[in-house]
Ligand binder design. Structure first.
Ligand SMILES: [Zn+2]
Length: 509
């Protein structure tokens, strides 16, 4: 097994040259290992904009699935550390990679927070909203997410990030129960597809009846920083427990989303061979399976560099038994991609987050729960778009917080509405609306927020009404998704926080 850990010489040199302080003692091999057969570092494969490889071709994917094989594309990032200048290229690269793949997952392996602790509050908002914009499927937490210091001695910013996410956050080995901000967000459980705004041990995601299990783990070594009152338990044990859970559930395709450093990733692969793929972070140097050192038994180990240098792509094919039969991993340096204009606009909003947008007069209201008010303004705007919208229907988790009168900055508004979701207008019958409300309450134990021009009790079964909702709401609730059957759907370009900015501006300064 020793020979698998032989690839560290070049990594140590690179890490030293770039002044990276993030490699920790556990990333260094012992002398016996480094003497063995040190491989020449593999050149990073560069593929730009148009990706045409055969594994990802949709026709090839179709042929494979007829044979009972399952092709999957994993798009991955790590250690972006709030360096947002390349975010618009990052968005474009993700779009390109998603376009020509039937089954894709977008994963982040942690340390999206800046190492500058004083940035935490603003980072928390910017990372939530940019990751929501990109529709990450799942992320794990890095050590820097837990850093404290320089006047920041709690985890309210991290809790704020998690509450705002429209995807599940994974952490299988961290005990968050002693922390007042994080304890209520941690489930210590596994989720299937949904689970925005909460922390889980793992996620089970499904494509055409093929289930994939993903778990998340994190390392913290408090040489420089202080994670406060959270406990980092043994990650190998947590990984073994997650694998046992997935296998018990009949899942034979398992991904570890880790923030433990590439050396520990390789050791983990050797200790828990049931893991098929490890998408990692923390080392700030790339790892690709074209380097033999990153293939441990049948397990592949990958990570990108850092600071949005490049985006990772791994195309794999699993056979019926869940064994990897093909793989191709590569990195795409982001400087070769065009910028995505919507992502650029979003960045502009974030850059002026401390600017005052308008002043909501005290006469309007003193303090109001954001839900009803936002919905009213969304409805008004949707009415403006469509001419005659009757209802807006949004689940509780689409909205967040309390609004008080007075000065409103861009940051205040983005904090209240961190979801980059475009409004959708659907024509439905009165009967469908009644059925949806009942089904939604059964599905979620929550009430739908329905802001309306028409009284919900007086709707007529066979009349056609127009409702406004979001794609995200429809995707994450089967009861709401049923509204789409045989309905006329109009997609708008209206985004919640932009509508709300206009609303606040209407009061003037
Ligand atoms: Zn790290």
């Amino acid at each position: 097994m020793k020979k698998f850990f032989a690839g560290f010489g070049p990594f140590i040199i690179l890490a030293t040259v770039t002044g990276c302080s993030l490699l920790t003692s556990s990333d260094y091999p012992n002398n016996n290992e480094s003497e063995l057969n040190i491989p020449v570092p593999q050149p990073v494969q560069v593929r730009v904009a148009n990706i045409t490889d055969k594994t990802a071709d949709k026709n090839v994917q179709l042929i494979k699935s007829v044979r009972g094989e399952f092709p999957l594309r994993i798009i991955h990032s790590n250690d972006t550390h709030s360096e947002f200048s390349k975010f618009p290229q990052h968005a474009k690269a993700i779009q390109n990679l998603r376009q020509n793949s039937e089954h894709s997952l977008l994963l982040d392996a942690g340390d999206f927070t800046s190492a500058n602790v004083t940035q935490k509050e603003i980072d928390s908002l910017a990372n939530a909203i940019t990751m929501n914009f990109l529709n990450y499927d799942v992320v794990t937490l890095g050590n820097h997410e837990f850093d404290q210091g320089e006047g920041i001695w709690d985890h309210s910013a991290l809790a704020g990030f998690i509450e705002k996410t429209n995807f599940p956050v994974l952490s299988a080995n961290v005990d968050l129960s002693p922390n007042e901000h994080l304890s209520s967000l941690a489930t210590y459980n596994f989720t299937e597809n949904t689970g925005r705004g909460l922390i889980f041990n793992g996620l089970i995601t499904e494509f055409d009846h093929e289930k994939v299990g993903i778990f998340g783990i994190t390392i913290y070594e408090d040489f420089f920083d202080d994670p406060g009152n959270v406990n980092f338990n043994d990650y190998t044990t947590a990984a073994k427990e997650a694998v046992a859970y997935f296998e018990e559930a009949g899942i034979n395709k398992i991904i570890g989303l880790t923030h433990i450093g590439v050396g520990n990733d390789r050791r983990l692969a050797a200790a828990v061979p049931e893991i098929d793929i490890i998408i990692g972070g923390h080392s700030h140097v790339p790892a690709l399976p074209s380097d033999r050192a990153n293939r441990i038994g049948d397990t592949l180990v990958l990570q990108t560099g850092s600071y949005y240098e490049s985006l990772g792509q791994l195309d794999v094919v699993f056979n019926k038994e869940g064994k990897l039969i093909e793989f191709n991993g590569q990195l795409h340096p982001l400087e070769y991609f065009e910028t995505d204009t919507e992502a650029e606009e979003l960045l502009n909003h974030l850059n002026k987050s401390s600017e005052v947008v308008g002043i909501i007069p005290k006469e309007t209201f003193e303090s109001i729960t954001i839900s009803q008010h936002v919905l009213n303004s969304l409805l008004l705007k949707a009415n403006h778009v469509s001419g005659q919208t009757d209802f807006s229907i949004l689940p509780e988790s689409s909205i967040n917080g309390t609004l008080t009168s007075g000065e409103m900055t861009y940051g205040d508004i983005l904090n209240l509405l961190p979801f980059y979701e475009k409004m959708i207008i659907i024509d439905v019958t009165g009967k469908q609306i009644k059925q949806t409300v009942t089904a939604f309450e059964q599905e979620t134990n929550q009430q739908i927020y329905s802001s309306t021009n028409v009284d919900l009790t007086s709707i007529t079964d066979d009349r056609i009404y127009q409702i406004v909702t979001t794609e995200e709401a429809l995707n994450s609730h089967t009861s709401l998704a049923k509204l789409l059957i045989n309905s006329k759907i109009t997609k708008t370009e209206e985004i919640g926080f932009e509508i709300f900015i206009e609303y606040v501006q209407s009061f003037g300064m």
